[in-house]
Design a protein around this ligand. Structure first.
Ligand code: HMG
Ligand code: MG
Length: 306
């Protein structure tokens, strides 16, 4: 078995994680989290989203957070954008505060599409087309997320063909990268491989990633299943923050600490300093008043304490 020798992790905690917190996290805390993640060696961070504040008030401080981060030239900063209004808001700031990358998100089930973005899959693609065009015209990279790719909280099973169809539609409108997202964390390795294979019919290996929530404790297994296919890009969330407000019961993304421990143990490089990453997870978890949701962080913190 030949695994990739290096993996790129995108920490989505500041966005996917903090969008799901009941209390409002101050912009200064979000900014500090981004700084700690880049200090730990993360080369891409999903900072915030430019969605409707009525739908997700937790991200209403998006412009303040984007303006407050001290950027590094070798780090890519991405934001989630659901429509043209979101892109216009992200680009209404001075250019130095623009995202390097936007993430558009469509679902592989009609039911989830309606609940999450209030429109059908076809309407969402239609809505994204001008967003993609305008972002690319400004040299902003466009990543796509295919939600509920291995199971939907409203519909149940999702066929790989449905995932392939969303990938095809995304490719047709110029989305440059496709992330296979297990929004609810109900996927298991073979199902995840089928969803990834369906996506790889339309995207090259260099342009796909896995985004696995860990609700059922399957995210690391799903990661290894995709590593076996050569997939070398994954989203994860420090301290296991996360969840989608429109996928009730879904817990956070797989913890970045756990993925880093897994990868380093397999001899796969990430460029990430696990100790500093654990400290970043402790910082945000302390703020939220709980322990990091990462088995590796918990074990290593116990070891430190001893
Ligand atoms: P809608 O209500 O159908 O939108 O929502 P609308 O176009 O009819 O507009 C309604 C109001 O919202 C208007 O304001 C708009 O101006 C405003 P009003 O006239 O009533 O005062 N509005 C906006 N305001 C700020 N920014 C915007 C924006 N757009 C409209 N961008 C919409 C449709 C898509 C906007 C809404 O459903 C929405 O924001 N949904 C986002 C939901 C969300 O953020 N979900 C979580 C992120 S996705 C996720 O976590 C999955 C992922 O992690 C991968 C995975 O795990 O699956 C990526
Ligand atoms: Mg997610």
């Amino acid at each position: 078995m030949k695994y990739p020798s290096r993996v790129k992790l995108v920490d989505v905690g500041p966005r996917d994680g903090l969008q799901n917190e009941k209390g409002q996290v101050p912009a200064a805390v979000k900014i500090e989290l981004v700084h700690r993640l880049q200090d730990a060696g993360l080369k891409e961070i999903e900072v915030t989203s430019f969605v409707s504040p009525k739908w997700v008030p937790q991200m209403a401080d998006n412009a303040e957070v984007m303006a407050g981060i001290q950027r590094r030239p070798d780090v890519r900063y991405s934001v989630l954008v659901p429509n043209l209004k979101g892109l216009e808001a992200a680009l209404s700031a001075p250019r130095e505060h623009w995202p390097d990358e936007i993430v558009v998100f469509a679902a592989a089930s009609e039911a989830f599409s309606q609940r999450n973005i209030n429109c059908s899959i076809a309407e969402s693609i239609e809505r994204f087309a001008p967003v993609v065009e305008q972002a690319r015209a400004q040299s902003i990279y466009v990543r796509g997320a295919i939600s509920v790719a291995v199971g939907c909280p409203y519909q149940g099973e999702v066929a790989p063909e449905a995932v392939g169809e969303v990938a095809r539609l995304m490719k047709a409108i110029g989305v440059q990268h496709a992330g296979v997202a297990d929004t609810v964390g109900m996927g298991t390795p073979v199902k995840v491989q089928r969803a990834m294979e369906a996506t790889l019919k339309h995207y090259d290996l260099a342009d796909v990633s896995g985004h696995f929530h860990d609700t059922y404790g399957q995210a690391l297994a799903n990661t290894v299943a995709c590593l076996e296919m050569g997939v070398w890009q994954y989203d994860s969330s420090s301290a296991g923050l996360g969840g989608c407000p429109y996928a009730k019961g879904a817990t956070g993304n797989v913890a970045t600490e756990d993925v880093v421990y897994l990868l380093h143990g397999m001899g796969i490089e990430t460029g990430i300093d696990l100790d500093k990453l654990i400290d970043a997870g402790v910082f945000i978890s302390n703020f939220l008043g709980r322990k990091p949701q990462s088995r590796a962080a918990t074990a290593l913190l116990n070891k430190r304490a001893a």
